[in-house]
Design a protein around this ligand. Structure first.
Ligand code: XIL
Length: 319
């Protein structure tokens, strides 16, 4: 039987996973599944700002470099994740903004330098960058982040310009969650990227994360949503798919999970602009879900013992 990446090859859509680099180093079963099943990988944490610059001016790309080496060895593309986000910022940065020792003007320079340095470090090795992550609230207003407060809404366009300057070839993404279907949040993303494009800002793609829960209905009109971005000339991708269940899982919930994966994958496969489908981890053994959503879990394609679940079979069937 064929692996996911073998099945994905003729579709033209890449199949990916987020990678936990500690597991990659310590767990041979994990590493061999990453290599065999996927043709694109995303670092789950190690390209985030708090990891790459834990102390001001002290850059540490050690773990991220290992992931890039792994990808090269296995002929996989890397999705860089993520340059501008409100979360997982280094303490020196948030503290400096809070106590006023980093002024607005300095912060803008710091962000510019962060993007130039990180994108520059990986130049040529990154297929696609999540340049700006999660800038909107669910109601479509801009999130009240450190970036918006200190720099104003123009930080988004600036980030794309700075990233493009540092690597002309990487596909530059805006990425967010709860934007899979058509709703006020994806409407706001649509409006933003349309404006950015008309101003000549180098944004090329929109990622929908795909964090679903069987407690909620499927996002409405996902294919149509991806299609409207496609019509703007943008590429699209599902960047962080998982479908969590409130435990213990019932048979109906397991089936709803299969449907969730299937719905997101089919929406991507049916939409020409969609270039990749990435899961946010592939095994329940290392999932972010139980830590962030207490009482929920079993969100991935394989169980904790690397047995493929029915969700895996659904993905296999749909590819
Ligand atoms: C999560 C990681 O999976 C966790 O290990 C970490 O503790 C917190 O971040 N949206 C994103 C990802 O864009 O970066 C987040 O990843 C999950 C939600």
């Amino acid at each position: 039987t064929k692996t996911l990446k073998q099945l994905a090859k003729p579709t033209g859509v890449r199949i990916g996973t987020a990678v936990d680099t500690a597991a990659l180093a310590d767990d041979a079963t994990y590493a061999s599944a990453v290599a065999k099943q996927f043709n694109t990988i995303t670092p789950e944490n190690v390209m985030k700002w708090e990891v790459v610059e834990p102390e001001r001016g002290k850059l540490d790309f050690t773990e991220a470099d290992k992931l890039v080496d792994f990808a090269r060895a296995h002929k996989q593309k890397v999705r860089g994740h993520t340059l501008v986000w409100h979360s997982q910022l280094p303490a020196w940065l948030t503290k400096g903004v809070d106590d006023g020792s980093i002024t607005k003007k300095q912060l803008r320079r710091i962000l510019k330098q962060h993007i130039a340095t990180e994108v520059g470090h990986f130049k040529g090795d990154i297929w696609a960058w999540d340049v700006v992550n999660e800038a909107f609230n669910d109601d479509g207003t801009l999130r009240d982040s450190l970036w918006l407060r200190e720099l104003g809404p123009g930080y988004i366009a600036d980030a794309f310009r700075w990233a493009h300057k540092a690597d002309k070839k990487a596909i530059l993404f805006y990425n967010d969650y709860n934007t899979e279907g058509i709703n006020p949040k994806s409407d706001a993303v649509y409006k933003l990227v349309k404006e950015l494009r008309s101003e000549g800002v180098p944004i090329e793609a929109v990622g929908v994360q795909g964090h679903l829960s069987t407690d909620y209905p499927l996002p409405a009109d996902m294919q149509a949503n991806l299609h409207r971005f496609g019509k703007l000339g943008l590429k699209t991708a599902v960047t962080e798919a998982d479908v969590r269940i409130t435990l213990p899982a019932s048979a109906a919930e397991v089936q709803a999970q299969d449907n969730g994966y299937s719905y997101m994958l089919q929406s991507c496969l049916l939409e020409r602009s969609c270039i990749s489908f990435t899961v946010w981890g592939f095994t329940d053994k290392y999932s972010w879900i139980p830590g962030v959503f207490p009482g929920e879990g079993q969100a991935n394609l394989y169980d904790e013992s690397y047995q493929p679940k029915s969700a895996y079979a659904a993905v296999q069937r749909d590819l």
